[in-house]
Design a binder for this molecule. Structure first.
Ligand code: ATP
Length: 874
């Protein structure tokens, strides 16, 4: 018999377990026996494969072939030197890529989900891959089902099974056995399958299959074709790179042609042209972007932002709006009950006398979804914990009342309805009592019986509104509590029938203080041209107070409510959306409308969310942000980034980091393309000046290795510019060459070419036999000066501090020493075709090499002056 045909008890005994779950030792034994609960992945790239990939570039292959042919025809030492340099280059590329891959892998492991498992009756959070057959799993809305389960308890549990059946409408589940054997998966109402999503309610299920034995495991191979995602920048760079490659090849062909016409040996000219192509085509740019993003993501984890999708690191810097939940993100999510209003009396925390409110406190202790974990700590939603605590403090412990007045049914809380209801026996002779608690305004609409609980005093509506609004204006979350008597348990638990005709017992005001760091983060956002927006399910007045305290809006600002938002046509909403700073009584689905409207206005939106219904908005947002502590699995899967500390300030830190990473990628591009342009100009201009070929292939390849390699990569360690959060967000569609980058590459590249050609012309025509070594040195060391000068867009190196990027300084000094070694170590002279320079030649070369540095420092000085003038005028 299949599990779906068996009764719950029979399933439990067949799996040698109980409704309390397995013991830890039995679970450990089964983990060894059945293996981890994982879907096996397609083979990853091996390190060797990754290394060989470095040679896949067409120009590199041509270079190696050409070098070998030239070796066969003549000097073998040349060939060996060229091949060694190419291999060194590949090793460097490999090490970087390997580090990046490891960083991505580590991020992936950090994002593995956990499941709540009953072990000997106590709930434990266990990594999902450690779940074993026989484990009893607790399911709740927002969880991804960790393995194939036979359900043994269900409180209106609904599961969305699109991952397996393609059906996106959630299926309501129950625990009754089915009689037929051949029931399609979608109709097995008492089963829950790995990878499907609990969209509503809660329940318990026993694991019947794990890992590749699950239904998902069976079709896993079909799901494995996860395509590699390229970031927008990578796509643009790849396109730009291929155009540039063509241009460089044309120039190389011209250099080759002119060389032949001038009677140079064809094989040397061919090698020179190919070396120039290898040195000047920036084929590694897209890879460098991946590496920078992956290493950036690693850095972001230290700031508590876990990146799930790598392109997010790149787009973070473009965010113009951060739409954030209030509870837990802007506030601490630590609620305490501050006030209670019931039976016409108001109690405030800290005052001695507490009125007798037995029914209200019983309701708070019974209509409560906290539970104790293995260590006896009360866990659950902070709202629930606050209510649990106050009831317990006043003598109504959930565990005692719960034993006496059993819960026999419930309609779970959901953020759309903003209420929850439980049913109990034993409180009222022969009757069933239901307690409903939820947002006061919602509850008022459902309460026809506006009497106090003793049924005598009519409640004064105006007073209720006044007190509710006053509590909200003090920043409190106000929950109403109501009850209803039933002769028998209602047969259908339809919300409209059950949560109706209620008797209001009173209401409770809870404080959730704003996070201390939120206010500063909001100020930073404003300076950085980012608008923070608060979205909450709470009352508009509570929303305004809290938003005011955090600085998100002025106290008299307008708060848009969910109801108004619902009624407003999209065009009208779009006309206003950019001016709204706070939303209240919003249902999670409405977040999607907010994201869409902002995006239609050209904004770049980060949106936070934690619940199951937040997923569509998170997916749609440019940066969907899930909560690491309180977030559901579903929200985490939909998000681009997870906040490990649930803190708004972390989003702002991540944006800063994102801007810094993007700046550094831009600096890398600026450096590499300027250098390459200089190399191309040098080889291209020389014949027109009547000069011999300035450099040999080995020189070009060496310069490419030492300049692009370490100094280029050390640029990614550049600390953030001082004004990184004082300027406006970069437009995501903006060209990478904007803000003067393209112009810089053109003029500084040309200057670099001119400086080297001038060096060659001067040395050549004044009869210096070492002219080539001088050109070689000037071209290499000029780039060191350049890399130091472009560390900042505007600031001078001297005010920035030469020591503020030690890896870069180290790389520059190392390159300098290596360059001198190629000149002054006798046995390297024949390898690098160099000759020792005299002191005056060396000093001349050093003087020429510093021109670029000085020129770029002057460029920055002009920029600073222009900015200062603009500042004075505005
Ligand atoms: P925010 O939207 O500010 O981030 P949140 O996500 O906690 O807060 P919801 O959980 O959607 O907001 O709650 C919305 C409303 O539902 C609350 O303002 C409150 O009135 C009501 N509410 C919240 N928690 C409960 C609960 N456990 N039981 C009953 N009602 C609740």
């Amino acid at each position: 018999m299949n599990y779906h045909q068996k009764k719950s008890e029979d399933v439990l005994s067949a799996l040698a377990t109980s409704a309390n779950g397995l013991s830890n030792s039995e679970a450990a034994k089964r983990l060894l026996e059945y293996g981890p609960n994982e879907i096996k992945e397609a083979a990853r790239r091996t390190p060797l494969g990754m290394f060989l990939d470095q040679f896949r570039d067409f120009m590199i292959i041509i270079l190696i072939v050409a070098a070998i042919i030239s070796g066969l025809l003549g000097e073998v030492a040349d060939t060996i030197a060229i091949v060694v340099i190419v291999i060194l280059n590949a090793i460097m590329g490999f090490v970087q890529e390997y580090r990046a891959e490891k960083a991505i892998e580590a991020l992936r492991l950090m994002a593995t989900p956990a499941s709540t498992v009953l072990r000997e009756g106590v709930p434990h959070s266990v990594p999902t891959h450690e779940v074993v057959p026989g484990d009893v799993i607790l399911l709740e809305a927002g969880k991804v089902v960790p393995a194939d389960l036979r359900l043994i308890e269900s409180a209106q549990i609904k599961i969305e099974e699109a991952a397996l059946t393609g059906e996106s409408v959630p299926v309501e589940k129950n625990i009754a056995p089915l009689y037929e054997e051949m029931v399609p998966l979608g109709d097995r109402r008492n089963m829950a399958y790995k990878g499907t999503i609990v969209s509503y309610g809660h329940g318990k299920g026993v694991v019947v299959a794990t890992g590749m034995k699950t239904e998902l495991g069976r079709i896993a191979t079909m799901l494995q074709e996860e395509e590699e995602v390229k970031t927008p920048l990578q796509k643009r760079l790849a396109k730009f790179g291929s155009k540039l490659a063509i241009a460089v090849m044309v120039i190389c062909a011209i250099v080759f042609g002119i060389g032949i016409l001038r009677g140079e040996p064809p094989i040397l000219m061919f090698l020179t042209a190919v070396s120039l192509a290898v040195a000047a085509i920036p084929e590694a740019l897209p890879a460098v972007v991946t590496i920078s993003l992956a290493l950036g993501a690693k850095k972001l984890v230290k700031q508590n932002a876990l990146i799930r999708k790598l392109p997010a690191v790149e787009t973070l810097g473009s965010v113009t709006y951060i739409c954030s939940d209030k509870t837990g993100t802007l506030t601490l999510n630590k609620m305490t009950v501050e006030e209670i209003y019931a039976d016409g009396k108001l109690w405030k925390k800290g005052t001695d006398e507490f009125p007798r409110l037995d029914m209200l406190l019983t309701a708070l202790s019974l209509n409560n979804d906290t539970h104790c974990d293995a260590k006896g700590t009360v866990v659950g939603d902070p709202t629930e914990i606050a209510l649990y605590n106050i009831a317990k403090e006043k003598g109504f412990d959930k565990h005692e009342t719960g034993d006496k007045f059993k819960r026999i049914g419930e309609i779970p809380f959901d953020s759309d309805r903003k209420c929850m209801t439980t049913f109990h026996t034993g409180l009222h002779e022969g009757k069933v009592v239901s307690f409903t608690k939820g947002a006061v305004d919602v509850l008022m609409d459902k309460s026809e019986n506006l009497l106090t609980s003793d049924g005598r005093k009519p409640i004064d509506l105006a007073t209720i509104h006044r007190i509710n609004e006053r509590m909200a204006a003090d920043g409190l979350r106000v929950l109403g509590v109501a009850m209803r008597l039933w002769d028998t348990m209602p047969s259908s638990l339809s919300v409209d029938d059950v949560e109706d005709k209620l008797t209001l017992l009173g209401f409770v005001g809870m404080m959730d203080p704003p996070r201390a760091e939120a206010r500063d983060a909001v100020t930073i956002c404003r300076e950085a041209g980012i608008r923070p927006v608060m979205i909450t399910g709470d009352h508009p007045i509570t929303a305004r107070t809290i938003a005011g305290r955090i600085g998100i809006m002025d106290h008299d600002g307008d708060v848009m409510t969910g109801a108004r938002l619902e009624r407003m046509p999209m065009e009208d909403f779009e006309a206003r959306v950019e001016h709204i700073s706070a939303y209240a009584r919003v249902a999670p689905e409405q977040k999607l409308k907010i994201v869409k409207a902002l995006q239609d206005k050209g904004q770049y939106v980060a949106m936070t969310g934690d619940g199951v219904n937040d997923a569509p908005a998170l997916k749609r947002a440019d940066i969907g942000v899930a909560m690491g502590i309180t977030g559901t699995d579903v929200s985490k899967e939909a998000a681009h980034m997870i906040l490990l500390d649930d803190n708004f300030a972390t989003i702002v830190k991540a944006i800063k980091e994102g801007r810094e990473i993007f700046d550094n990628i831009r600096k890398f591009i600026k450096y590499v393309l300027t250098s390459n342009a200089g190399e191309v100009w040098t080889l291209f201009l020389a014949p027109f000046m009547g000069l011999p070929i300035p450099l040999l292939p080995i020189h070009l390849l060496w310069i490419n290795l030492v300049t692009d390699g370490l100094p280029g990569l050390a640029l990614t360690a550049e600390p953030a510019e001082k004004d990184v959060m004082k300027r406006h967000p970069r437009h995501p569609q903006e060209s990478i060459f904007a803000h003067g980058l393209g112009a810089h590459i053109l003029w500084v590249g040309f200057l670099l070419g001119s400086v080297t050609i001038f060096t060659q012309a001067w040395a050549y025509y004044t009869g210096h036999a070492h002219w080539q070594t001088m050109v070689f040195t000037v071209l290499c060391l000029s780039q060191m000066g350049h890399v130091l000068a472009i560390r900042s867009e505007k600031e001078s190196l001297f005010s920035q501090g030469i020591l503020s990027n030690k890896p870069l300084l180290g790389a520059v000094l190392l390159t300098f020493v290596l360059q001198l070694l190629t000149i002054y170590v006798p046995f390297l002279n024949p390898v690098f075709k160099t000759e020792p320079l005299s002191l005056s030649e060396l000093l001349f070369a050093l003087a020429m090499s510093s021109i670029l540095f000085v020129a770029v420092e002057i460029e920055k000085w002009f920029k600073r002056r222009k900015e200062a003038r603009r500042g004075e005028n505005s």
